[in-house]
Design a protein around this ligand. Structure first.
Ligand code: NAD
Ligand code: TYD
Length: 353
């Protein structure tokens, strides 16, 4: 038995693969195109481990998918591979349509063909797990109830629209073909191995380098933050016990404004690695807002709690402390990901703001 993971060299996927192989000996076939966001350094501790088979390739490559499925005969696919950064989707939406929509379609079709050819028992046990985001539901007003699984889809960015499209395809492959799919819609993750283009790791690495901490607009946008390993445990619960065709919302119950997040990161850095030049929050700068910036996301996670008994293990306080400590202990990893293409992105997104 094995599972096929897509996007397992990215932030959440690599945390998932590491957690998976920590808890079980079931092999993982890890298909990742190694875009700017994929980093084999994340998986360095698995070097020489026969339980981890890494394949560099694109989820849009149908022939490759057919070959991998035929060769490894996985009992499940856990689909993380995506273009995932909202700001990049504003600068260049095409890659998001290609990977998130075409790629998910191609993977669904390859999975359907493979699943159709399985023997009865294996067919019944097979699962296609699609990892998605709360951003598909759009933006909430300050006092609106949190997103449930039946909240209307109202995506506002090219990223969330492409993820919404992929969710719809996954749903249709269940209803039309009976492919046993599971979908999770999760809130913002943070934790180790997070590429420093997203809010929390960007603030940590910029603060340590004495660079400005750019808050978009008024910084009062609200996100519901979840420690990445809690997301991974939710995915494992859904894979094991979720009902095919169902959607599960996953969240941390930690609604916070961006301003409060940045202040919390600064306060922890002040404690753990004080800067002789003064408190880190002196570096906060307000920059031009993101176009179409969603104001608030919040997850109602009662379904996954009630049906599957899943709960996050970390509070925001414990998770953010682990995260900041990880970045302090892994300066080499940060240097490694700050490659030429990363520097080009910083110039494109921030210098003209
Ligand atoms: P990420 O950008 O860090 O990683 C994405 C990975 O997918 C990278 O390793 C990249 O190389 C790979 N990839 C991209 N295009 C590919 C392609 N065409 N073929 C094969 N591999 C490809 O993203 P992440 O933050 O780890 O997110 C993983 C998944 O979780 C995504 O589907 C995302 O929508 C979803 N999600 C993310 C968050 C979050 O806060 N980061 C929250 C909820 C859901
Ligand atoms: P991000 O980490 O990009 O996740 P998402 O857009 O998927 O929620 O951003 C989280 C929040 O932080 C979002 O409201 C945008 C804001 N933000 C900033 O204020 N400054 C920044 O430099 C970045 C990257 C994000």
């Amino acid at each position: 038995m094995s599972i096929l993971v897509t996007g397992g060299a990215g932030f959440i996927g690599s945390n998932f693969v590491l957690d998976w192989l920590n808890a079980s000996d079931e092999p993982v076939v890890n298909l990742d195109a190694l875009t700017y966001a994929g980093n084999l350094q994340n998986l360095a501790t698995l070097q020489g481990d026969a339980r981890h088979v890494f394949v560099r390739g694109d989820i849009c490559d149908r022939a490759l998918l057919d070959r991998l499925l035929a060769e490894h005969r996985p009992r499940a696919i856990v689909h993380f591979a995506a273009e995932s950064h909202v700001d990049r989707s504003i600068h260049g939406p095409g890659a998001f349509i290609k990977t998130n929509v075409d790629g998910t379609f191609t993977l669904l079709e390859a999975a359907r063909t493979y699943w159709t050819g399985l023997a009865d028992d294996a067919r019944r046990a097979f699962r296609f797990q699609h990892v998605s985001t709360d951003e598909v539901y759009g933006s909430l007003s300050a006092d609106a109830p949190a997103f449930t699984e039946t909240h209307p889809y109202e995506p506002n960015s090219p990223y969330s629209a492409s993820k919404a499209a992929s969710d719809h395809l996954v749903r249709a492959w269940f209803h039309t073909y009976g492919l046993p799919v599971l979908t999770t819609n999760c809130s913002n993750n943070y934790g180790p191995l997070h590429f420093p283009e997203k809010l929390i790791p960007l603030m940590i690495v910029n603060a340590l380098a004495g660079k400005p901490l750019p808050i978009y607009g008024d910084g009062l946008q609200v996100r519901d933050w979840l420690y990445v390993r809690d997301h991974c445990s939710a995915i494992r619960s859904v894979l094991e016990r979720g009902r095919p065709g169902q959607v599960y919302n996953v969240g941390g119950g930690n609604e916070m404004t961006n301003r409060d997040i940045v202040q919390a990161v600064c306060a922890l850095l002040d404690e753990l690695q004080p800067d002789p030049a003064g408190p880190y929050n002196r570096l906060i700068t307000h920059v031009k807002d993101r176009p179409g910036h969603d104001r608030r996301y919040a997850i109602d996670a009662r379904k996954i709690e009630a049906e599957l008994g899943w709960r996050p293990a970390e509070t925001f306080q414990s998770g953010i402390r682990k995260t900041v400590q990880w970045y302090l202990a892994n300066a080499d990893w940060v240097r490694g990901v700050q490659s030429g293409s990363y520097r080009d992105w910083v110039a494109a997104n921030y210098e003209a703001r």
